[in-house]
Each structure stands twice: as structure tokens, then as C-alpha cells.
Design a protein around this ligand. Structure first.
Ligand code: ADP
Ligand code: MG
Length: 237
């Protein structure tokens, strides 16, 4: 973690995120001289997260109350763990997961990146690894010169993981089923916070992902169903 210079909150559209956390731009840019102080961590985290967020979602801020509650619970858990370990900073290392369901275009990916951004301004460290399910399978295909097991472990062990669009696309193969199971099982067993989005209907999850994956997701995840119109088509109209 490095000292991060002041950030222009307007440039990154951080004001709504700060406001929903009860913070101000002045708070964000406070330099109390402590590299582990909450505002310095928040600037550093916002800077890191901005690099991981695709251009289209750079100003996302979450709208769903359950997403906010999830963020608040992760922060509380990180703070409790920090006290227990007498650690210099609060970091997200364990906690509940979140399953964001809804049809195409309702804003699932937007909520997910919004959550990343909002968590960043709180001053709690959250080291995200972000991937779409389709990219995950492509990256883990056994290939010459690539240690795909090491790649898998990077996702399995991520302190906080976003898997976008799980269950979308073509038929589930034995390969994708095995990746889904190993990934979800590792995160389930270690209570690693995972944010999963999917456009699979709740009633079709077990058929699509298999019983073993769906059962674990049911226990580890809070489920949020986003409804509404396809915003992409609405914007195009
Ligand atoms: N709450 C929101 N406010 C403004 N734009 C939004 C909101 N939610 C989604 N969008 C926009 O709508 C489009 C579709 O959202 P996206 O999250 O990609 O949908 P999904 O992942 O559910 O298919 C994107 O351009 C996104 O930026
Ligand atoms: Mg999406």
C-alpha cells in the first residue's frame, strides 16, 4: 500500500459513493500522515479499483439496498477481524457472498462494479479479482506453457472475487462443470466473499449449474433478484 495523492472526486464520480457512506470529498483527501489511516487507504483503494473497472462502468454506484447491506457487513466483519488480529488495516478476508440474478441488461454488472467502487471509498482494503465466467473457462483451458492450475488458484484464493455472468452461454461441458464446482467449493469451504452475477432464472439454477454448486451457493450467498427492462435496449430506443 502506498501513499496516494489527493483525488478529484468529481473526476471519478466518487461523490455519490462517498455520500452513501456518510463521507465527504474532504474526508477522502485528508492526509493524517498515517499510510494506514482510513482516508489514505480509501484513496489508494479507489485508485486500484479504478484500474480494474471497464470504461462503461467507471461511474457505477450501486442502487440495490441488499448490495449496500452486503458491503456494510463485509466492512463490519473486516473491522472485527482487524481488532482481533491487532492489524494495522481492516481487510476483507472472509464473509458472506452475493448472488445477483436478473435478465440481460437490468444492471447486474453495473451493481457489481458499483459495489467494488463503494467498498473502495470506505477505507477497508478489498483485494478483488474480477473475471467473467466465459473468460475464466478460456483462461483455464490447458495450454502449452501455461500453468492453468496456478491460474485457477489465483481465482479460487482471491480475497474477494467477482464472477460475472455465471451460467450464461452454451451448454455446460464436463470441463466448465468441474471448474464451477472446484471454484465454488473452495470459496464455500473458506467463506471467501464472492460476488456472482447470472441471468439464469432462479428456478433453473440447479439444472444449469448442477445440484452440488447450487446447494453451496444457496448457503453461502445472499440472493438479490434485479427486475426491470433491458436498459441497453431502452437506451438504444
Ligand atoms: N443504475 C443504473 N444507472 C445507470 N445506468 C445503468 C444502471 N444499471 C445499469 N446501467 C447501464 O445499463 C446497461 C446494462 O447494464 P449491465 O449492468 O451491463 O446489465 P446486465 O449485467 O444485467 O446485463 C449498461 O450500459 C449499464 O451501464
Ligand atoms: Mg452483465
Amino acid at each position: 500500500m502506498q501513499w496516494t495523492p489527493p483525488i478529484d472526486p468529481a473526476q471519478d464520480d466518487l461523490e455519490p459513493l462517498l455520500a452513501s457512506q456518510g463521507r465527504t470529498a474532504d474526508w477522502l483527501n485528508t492526509d493524517d500522515g498515517d499510510p494506514y489511516g482510513p482516508s489514505n487507504v480509501a484513496r489508494w483503494s479507489s485508485h486500484q479499483v479504478a484500474k480494474q473497472i471497464p470504461l462503461r462502468y467507471r461511474a457505477a454506484h450501486p442502487q440495490e439496498p441488499e448490495v449496500r447491506t452486503w458491503i456494510a457487513d463485509l466492512i463490519d466483519r473486516a473491522a472485527a477481524e482487524q481488532t482481533r488480529r491487532k492489524a494495522p488495516v481492516a481487510s476483507v478476508t472472509a464473509g458472506p457472498s452475493l448472488l445477483l440474478l436478473g435478465p440481460t441488461g437490468v444492471g447486474k454488472t453495473y451493481e457489481a462494479y458499483g459495489a467494488m467502487r463503494e467498498l473502495a471509498v470506505t477505507g477497508t482494503v478489498a483485494r478483488w479479482v474480477v473475471v467473467t465466467a466465459a473468460d475464466l473457462y478460456a483462461q483455464l483451458q490447458p495450454r502449452h506453457g501455461i500453468d492453468s492450475e496456478a491460474e485457477f488458484q489465483r481465482y479460487a484464493k482471491a480475497p474477494i472475487l467477482l464472477v460475472d455472468d455465471l451460467g450464461a452461454g452454451g451448454k455446460i461441458s464436463e470441463f466448465t462443470e468441474s471448474i464451477n464446482f472446484r471454484l465454488v467449493n473452495h470459496r464455500y469451504e473458506n467463506e471467501l466473499p464472492t460476488l456472482i452475477t447470472s441471468n439464469v432464472l432462479p428456478k433453473d439454477l440447479a439444472a444449469r449449474l448442477g445440484d452440488r454448486v447450487t446447494s453451496r451457493l444457496a448457503e453461502m450467498c445472499r440472493r438479490v433478484v434485479i427486475t426491470g427492462q433491458d436498459r441497453r435496449r431502452a437506451m438504444a430506443a
